[in-house]
Design a binder for this molecule. Structure first.
Ligand code: ZN
Length: 199
């Protein structure tokens, strides 16, 4: 946030990886900064959550109206002055619990949406990182592949994850897919240039 932005790399990476691969990881993280992924992520979350939380509140209020009478709660909203009847209001403690329940269901169902955005940003940062080290390390493809393999090993990541699990739960593309892409990403052959660096 603001002037507190910083780049952090743990000693587990800097001590365990060759300099070329550390440089690639630095390029990847710089990509998040240069491509404004953090403010974009905040903006998307703010707009998304505005609607998601609105829908959750509406769903929780409907649950309380439809089923609340049978919950045996003392948080009843009297319909005609009789406090033993009616349904819990969304603003009661019971309503709050139902709201939390709705949000946790929505979070689970929408996980692939936020993960798709995150995976897209991570892929862009991978491309940026690989382009950033072009001309600095002898073989950007080999360096990136080696870095992904090392990261996958240190995170104990499944080397061949189920595609559905990757789609639903992974906030980064799998190391397998990142390494496969990196091995074949070579925009410089035949005199071309990268997507983010025009040389
Ligand atoms: Zn990243």
């Amino acid at each position: 946030m603001g002037p507190t932005k910083r780049y952090v790399m743990w000693d587990t990476a800097t001590n365990g990886l060759p300099d070329d691969e550390v440089l690639f990881i630095f390029g990847h993280e710089s990509g998040h900064y240069a491509l404004h992924h953090i403010p974009k992520g905040f903006a998307l979350s703010a707009v998304g959550l505005f609607f998601v939380y609105g829908a959750c509140a509406a769903f929780a209020a409907w649950m309380a109206r439809r089923f609340g009478a049978g919950w045996g709660t003392s948080d009843l909203h009297p319909t005609d002055g009789d406090v033993s009847e009616g349904t819990p209001a969304l603003s009661s403690r019971t309503g709050f619990v139902v709201l939390l329940f709705s949000i946790s269901i929505a979070s689970f169902l929408l996980e692939p949406v936020s993960n798709a955005v995150s995976q897209h940003f991570e892929h862009q940062a991978d491309v940026y990182g690989q382009e950033a080290i072009h001309g600095i390390v002898p073989d950007p493809q080999k360096t990136a592949v080696a870095a992904f393999n090392a990261l996958g090993q240190s995170w104990l990541e499944d080397p061949n994850p189920n595609p559905f699990i990757e789609f639903w739960l992974y906030d980064h593309p799998s190391e397998q897919h990142r390494a496969e892409f990196a091995a074949h990403y070579d925009p410089w052959k035949n005199g071309g240039h990268g997507e983010f660096f025009k040389y």
